[in-house]
Design a protein around this ligand. Structure first.
Ligand code: XMP
Length: 493
């Protein structure tokens, strides 16, 4: 079968998949391998990424995504040159969980309990390492040690001295640390070098958090991973350097038309300043576009021109490629060289499975997450007429907007510095809509994963990778192209 010819002009709702003989014993996301390559060096246990949009991904969303095994990309929807707010979001995610705290907050034994209390409050940390001038461990000081103690008392008088602590010399694997802490009945395990210098701290609280989220996406230090978006003009280079310094695990150079000379320059510049971090580039929708980004060193490619729920690019420019055709074109052009991110247009969980079969290694979702508690923005009550009874009821909604919508662009522009004409005629390529509020993103993700496991079962496979392999090897076995009536029967409810 010539897959590209078969899918020309088509998108998700044009197809069903033929059920195969089921071999999966249980459709349980805890038991089915759903892992996927996100970029050259990052593997996710769940193939789900939240979109870098200012009504979708800030720290709260990125934390849930990473805890659940996916990844959040914090948007760049802040004013040009104003990098601090994006850094703060990245830092919040990186502070949420630790395996080993590599650089614990510390205090000297000669300082006062009052100073310790202020440091604890400012850093929101409950345990300080007490160190000497050479950063050698002298003791630990906890919130409890300083409670109700007069301000001027010295730290030395209240700390638990090193001699009474359980201390580990050298680095340690987390399971070994856990064993030591259980055996010795301690909640904190400081790590020191041979000369007594403090090199890390492990806390029971962090180990418990790690165990609670067994599929979480973590970096080498046990912290949650997070991505950060930058543009290709303006402050992009400074922003890229700063987000990496703040701990971002991947940079996403995200512009509407990624197959372009501005992207070429941005990729080259960001790569030269941030050589050690994966760089995702996009968006493209053609084989030539994907090849262009691959040849210029992208570590993953974001695919999708105009399928998104907040997009109006196709309406305003008439350019774009139906998303299934775009995915097939890109996959055929670059093979397995780097992963593809299927970005936009996934409005039902069935389309999520399709996106992963037609070429996406992972999927990026915007509108699907926009109504959740973790998405930025307030809930607004709107009056809605119930068709059956004609009664008016109040329904909670949240705002979702394309990043090229008038509102989003205006918020990014520094209105005082812009030309009046610039503010009036923005040339928007996005829209603003309200989406129903739908509870926690965690529940939405769990639902998606269950449905994905069911799709794997219907597809006759035991893992996501196996289903992708058997689809790619013989797409004709799976693909049903729908008639108008078939589509109505399938998707209209
Ligand atoms: P969904 O369908 O999941 O898509 O909401 C999310 C993706 O939509 C893209 N996006 C835009 N595309 N104009 C566009 O043409 C816009 O204003 C816009 N804002 C977001 C983006 O790729 C996102 O991940």
């Amino acid at each position: 079968m010539d897959l590209l010819e078969f899918v020309r002009g088509c998108t998700f709702d044009d197809f069903l998949l033929t059920p195969q003989c089921g071999v999966l014993p249980r459709r349980d996301p805890h038991l089915v391998d759903l892992s996927a390559r996100f970029s050259r060096r990052i593997v996710l246990r769940r193939p789900i990424v939240s979109a870098n949009m200012d009504t979708v991904t800030r720290a709260a969303m990125a934390i849930v995504l990473a805890e659940e095994g996916g990844l959040g990309i914090v948007d760049r929807g802040f004013r040009s040159g104003d990098i601090g707010p994006q850094i703060a979001e990245i830092a919040t995610v990186k502070r949420t969980q630790h395996g080993v705290i590599a650089d614990p907050h510390s205090i000297a034994e000669t300082q006062t309990v009052d100073e310790a209390r202020r440091l604890m409050m400012r850093t929101r940390v409950g345990t300080l390492a007490v160190v000497d001038d050479h950063r050698r461990l002298r003791g630990l000081l906890t919130e409890r040690d300083v409670r109700f103690v007069p301000a001027g008392v010295a730290v030395e008088a209240r700390m638990t001295p090193r001699a009474r602590l359980v201390v580990h010399e050298g680095p340690v694997a987390l399971p070994d640390a856990e064993r030591i802490m259980v055996e010795r009945k301690v909640k904190k395990l400081p790590l020191v070098a041979a000369d007594g210098t403090l090199i890390g701290l492990i806390t029971a609280k962090d180990l418990i958090k790690q165990a609670r989220h067994p599929f979480a996406t973590r970096d080498g230090r046990g912290r949650l991973r997070v991505g950060a978006a930058v543009g290709a003009t303006g402050d992009y280079l400074e922003r890229a350097v700063e987000v990496v310094r703040a701990g971002a695990d991947v940079i996403v150079i995200d512009i509407a038309h990624g197959h372009s000379l501005v992207m070429e320059r941005a990729l080259r510049d960001v790569r030269s300043r941030c050589p050690d971090v994966d760089i995702v580039a996009g968006n493209v929708a053609t084989g030539e576009g994907a090849r262009f980004l691959l040849d210029r060193g992208a570590d993953a490619i974001k695919v999708g021109i105009g399928p998104g729920g907040g997009c109006s690019t196709r309406l305003t420019t008439n350019f774009g490629v139906p998303q299934v055709e775009a995915l097939v074109r890109c996959r055929q052009a670059i093979g397995e060289a780097v992963p593809l991110i299927a970005d936009g247009g996934i409005r039902r969980d069935g389309a999520l499975a399709q996106a992963l079969l037609f070429g996406g290694d992972t999927v990026m979702l915007g509108s699907a997450f926009a109504g959740t508690d973790e998405a930025p923005g307030e809930i607004v009550q709107k009056s809605v007429v119930v068709p059956e009874s004609q009664k008016v009821v109040q329904v909670p909604f949240k705002v979702f907007r394309g990043m090229a919508s008038i509102g989003a662009v205006r918020d990014r522009l520094d209105i005082e510095d812009s030309e009046p004409g610039e503010v009036e005629a923005i040339g928007a390529e996005g829209i603003e809509v309200s989406v129903p509020a739908r509870g926690s993103a965690r529940t939405v993700i769990h639902d998606m994963l269950k449905h994905l496991c069911s799709a794997i079962s219907y597809g006759g496979a035991t893992s996501l990778a196996e289903l992708q392999r058997s689809f790619q090897a013989d797409p004709a076995r799976y693909l049903v192209k729908l008639s108008g009536a078939g589509r109505t029967e399938s998707f209209q409810r």
